[in-house]
Design a protein around this ligand. Structure first.
Ligand SMILES: [Zn+2]
Length: 257
């Protein structure tokens, strides 16, 4: 079976000394494509540099809502222009996070909108982070559509966001370790509503290790655990599902095999 990692941070400090070894382990586990996600200027540059070092590795560049005020959108555009021939496939991770900080909502929303506009200008899809901000995320995305695709990362389904994903052909949602944590009835209900054609998988490495590996450093070699849980929810053959989510990922990031 082959796996497509749609969201990892091998640009993180944690992997400073062993990235080569970790990537090799992931490849041995069947992980072929890997998308490295930036969250500020430095990590975006690092994501691009890594993508230029490894085959089938790609970069997503952008400013995470936690870095609001610390980086400007112009800097992301400059990076894009500077590394024009690199493997930059989306703008992200961008969005809203009210879990840690709530008193800068307006600034977060503004940064989010500016980055959606940048993605539209560069003809790239977006990768969205949203935490404790479902309604505002819904409103921003509804009023400022990303023309080339929207991927809701670490998807935690809510009525609004599921509706948004279902109403728009260019939307996909990514499940990670979070589907191994939450077995609430509502989660199951939304899983049933989302067709497999809309779903991709991710680890969010080094964060969010799936059950039973909580407390360890998460890497893409754990994707099989997430896929298995998804197959359980969808009542589908793992191998068949693996190929579907793989193709969904290629399609979303506009990557030829
Ligand atoms: Zn992330």
């Amino acid at each position: 079976m082959r796996y497509f990692e749609t969201h990892a941070h091998y640009n993180d400090e944690k992997f400073k000394d062993n990235v080569d070894e970790v990537i090799k382990e992931c490849r041995d586990a069947g992980v072929e494509h890997i998308i490295n996600i930036g969250y500020n200027v430095d990590s975006s540059i690092k994501a691009i540099e890594l993508s230029n070092l490894y085959n089938k590795m790609y970069a997503v560049i952008g400013i995470h809502p936690s870095d609001v005020g610390l980086c400007a959108v112009d800097q992301i555009e400059e990076i894009y222009n500077k590394y024009e021939n690199s493997k930059i496939v989306a703008i992200g991770e961008i969005g809203l996070d009210y879990y840690w900080v709530k008193d800068n909502k307006e600034a977060q929303i503004e940064l989010f909108k500016e980055q959606i506009a940048l993605a539209n200008k560069l003809k790239l899809p977006i990768v969205v982070h949203t935490r404790d901000a479902s309604l505002d995320t819904y409103n921003v995305l509804k009023e400022n559509p990303a023309k080339y695709g929207t991927l809701l990362h670490c998807f935690s389904p809510t009525e609004d966001l599921v509706r948004l994903a279902l109403e728009n052909d260019t939307y996909k949602v990514a499940f990670g370790g979070n589907i191994t944590y939450n077995r609430a009835a509502s989660f199951k209900k939304y899983m049933d509503m989302l067709p497999v054609e809309k779903i991709v998988i991710e680890t969010d490495s080094p964060y969010l290790p799936p059950v039973p590996l909580r407390g360890t450093v998460n890497t893409s070699k754990n994707l099989p655990i997430i896929l298995e849980k998804l197959a359980e929810y969808k009542n589908m053959d793992v191998e068949e599902l693996s190929e579907i989510v793989y193709r969904n990922s290629l399609e979303f990031f506009n990557i030829k095999e």
